[in-house]
Design a protein around this ligand. Structure first.
Ligand code: ZN
Length: 446
């Protein structure tokens, strides 16, 4: 086994779908699963088959048509759940049954009303039964991070002996701290007999904003599978965000020398597909996939970006599938960015002319938050009519609306991204920035 290869287990369709407002129909789940396949995830948790007929059908149809990744179905630690999951996974090329049972005292006492001994026996029996059906078995001790550690070790040892091949350690309530979670993974590796024969997995929730940090701490301490979701959706504050985990390891390979099988340029298209299906927009400042993640407004940043993108960018937008970084024209913008945008609109100015344009631009930007192409064109027209020399080369393609031209330019350079969309314009309007009025606030390629 390659010690540096990290298995990416996507649970957008199971844990992610548990987010309020994120439920998906069977065809929508299938569409997302196909996109996850293009992204290159290793495991797709397609649903919880006993939970509903819709979940069963989704797992069944994904198992039948998405053939490369492992397809997992979730089951509580009891025979009816496991049998139902196995039934849904029948058509899968690579099926996995994922069995879970809570192990913390608070869950045992108040939720399950069973003793530790009963819990241990139930976990062992459930895994044994699942193993009689399927070779690939994952077990999760729910609420592991609030479980008594010696008891957790006992349960993990028992399920490995019963045939589990992956042991997933959930921070179900998002309570753990990075050093603490890393230490827990390390302790399991030191104390549990047979642990070297299985994959240890992380499953971290984001209630304190630490899901990604905790997952990475798990990896540094020997976990080799990370469970995560697109855009970090999931119960309450969500799960570890897949795109953040993957890019943290890629950008900081010096500190995290681990590999995944992901095609990172599919991250943004996958994020957009999910947002479009669930109609839950991505927060603008979301790392990697938010619409502002590669936008630069401050003048000094824009100037630096235009001279060399490495001044303010630790990864290129293209590397995660974002069509281009965006320089937003506002009152913090500098002359350099303004000149560039004017040129893209077809106007080139002398230094003195640009000074005047810039002065007028700042007055305007003070009044309206973001200066759009139409405002800029109006400003240039006023300027030309005020006695200054005429523009050096009026736009040849003046009849084409600026946004349409920007969109064509984007599409031309990024065919793989826009390939699945009806038209470049549609890409801009419906998929890149969400609402039409929002995207018009942004200027492309400045
Ligand atoms: Zn979860």
């Amino acid at each position: 086994m390659d010690r540096s290869r990290i298995t990416i287990f996507d649970t957008t369709l199971r844990d992610g779908e548990q987010s309020p407002g994120c439920s998906m129909s069977v065809p929508e789940k299938l569409r997302l699963a196909q996109q996850l396949d293009r992204l290159g995830v290793d495991v797709i948790e397609a649903g919880f088959p006993i939970a509903s007929d819709g979940d069963f059908e989704a797992v069944q149809s994904i198992a039948a048509s998405v053939r490369r990744p492992i397809i997992a179905g979730l089951a509580r630690a009891c025979k009816p759940d496991i049998d139902r999951a196995w039934q849904a996974l029948q058509g899968a090329a690579h099926p996995r049954i994922h069995v879970f049972l809570a192990t913390s005292d608070i869950h045992l006492k108040y939720k399950l009303r069973i003793s530790r001994e009963q819990c241990l026996e139930q976990a062992r029996e459930a895994v044994r039964h699942a193993k009689s059906l399927c070779a690939d078995i994952q077990f999760s001790p729910e609420d592991a991070t609030r479980t008594d550690i010696p008891f957790l070790c006992q349960v993990v040892e028992a399920v490995i002996a019963a045939g589990a091949t992956t042991v997933n350690i959930p921070d179900t309530v998002g309570y753990s701290m990075p050093e603490e979670y890393g230490q827990l993974i390390r302790t399991l590796r030191e104390k549990v007999a047979g642990i070297e024969n299985v994959i240890i997995s992380t499953h971290c929730h984001n209630d304190l904003g630490l899901a990604v940090a905790n997952s990475l701490a798990g990896v540094q301490n020997g976990a080799r599978q990370v469970e995560c979701t697109i855009n970090g959706i999931g119960e309450r504050a969500g799960n570890a965000s897949l795109e953040e985990v993957v890019m943290a390891m890629r950008v900081r390979a010096d500190r995290y020398p681990y590999e995944t099988g992901l095609a990172s340029e599919q991250l943004y298209p996958t994020s957009q597909t999910l947002a479009e299906i669930t109609r839950v927009p991505v927060q603008p400042n979301k790392a990697i996939t938010g619409r502002n993640a590669f936008a630069h407004e401050a003048g000094i940043h824009q100037d630096g970006m235009l001279k060399n993108p490495l001044t303010y960018e630790i990864m290129t937008p293209q590397s995660v599938g974002v069509p281009d970084s965006r320089l937003v024209l506002g009152k913090h913008s500098g002359r350099h960015a303004l000149a560039m945008r004017c040129e893209q609109l077809g106007y080139k100015f002398e230094r003195r002319e640009l000074d005047e344009i810039y002065r007028r631009f700042i007055v305007l930007a003070d009044r309206i938050k973001r200066v759009q192409d139409s405002h800029l064109l109006e400003l240039i027209r006023d300027f030309a009519g005020s006695g200054f020399a005429a523009p050096k080369f009026p736009p040849a393609a003046a009849a084409i609306p600026p946004l349409a031209r920007a969109a064509s330019a984007v599409a031309a350079g990024h065919e793989s991204y826009t390939g699945h969309l009806p038209s470049p314009n549609h890409a801009l309007r419906a998929n890149v920035f969400g609402e039409h009025h929002e995207q018009e606030d942004y200027l492309w390629g400045v």
